[in-house]
Each structure stands twice: as C-alpha cells, then as structure tokens.
Design a protein. Structure first.
Length: 106
C-alpha cells in the first residue's frame, strides 16, 4: 500500500511540473527589421509572445493563415496571442518590407 501511495505522489509531482512547461509561451523577438527566430512551430492552444527588442516601431500582422490577427504598432513591450487553429501563418511587419515570420501551428 505504501508503494502505491508513493507512486501516486510521485506521479502527481511530475504532472504538476510538466503541465506548466507544456503551456509556456513561445517567445519571438521583434528586433529592428527582423523576427527572431524567423520560423517557429507551436502546438495548437499555445500562446505566442512577441517581445519588442529593437528601437524602431514594429507590428505583428498575419497576412495569410487560418486566422488573422494584428498587434498594435509598438517600440517596446510585448504582445501575446493564443493560437487555436492549426496551419501555417505568414506574419509580417507592415512598416518594414521583408520583415517576415513563418509560424506553424500543429
């Protein structure tokens, strides 16, 4: 009986630490004229956190994908988006041509 209780306690402890790790947001840095990384993959239901790290103003705009979204234009701070639809998202900064990101949601 003690072994069973120990096993249950151990499984509960592992689950308590594993579940938050699965839900941790994927961070994309928005630096001057580029997204870092330029491609990213996340699971459906996860949150993507965009963090401004440059000096110029930028935005995050989906131009192609299952769902469209757009951040405000910012020079600092962050923007979070929970992605709930599978597919490939083409994301750009509409201020700077050539600043692109491919986000794959599985």
């Amino acid at each position: 009986m003690k072994k069973l209780i120990s096993l249950i306690v151990a499984l509960a402890a592992v689950t308590a630490f594993a579940v938050p790790a699965l839900g941790a947001p994927k961070t994309i840095r928005v630096v001057d004229n580029k997204f870092r990384p330029a491609t990213a993959t996340v699971k459906r239901g996860n949150t993507v956190k965009f963090v401004w790290a440059g000096k110029a103003p930028h935005n995050v705009t989906v131009v192609q994908g299952p769902v469209k979204f757009r951040s405000p234009t910012k020079t600092k701070g962050s923007y979070r988006k929970k992605v709930t639809r599978k597919g490939t998202y083409s994301i750009v900064c509409t201020i700077h041509s050539g600043m692109t990101l491919k986000l794959k949601v599985r």
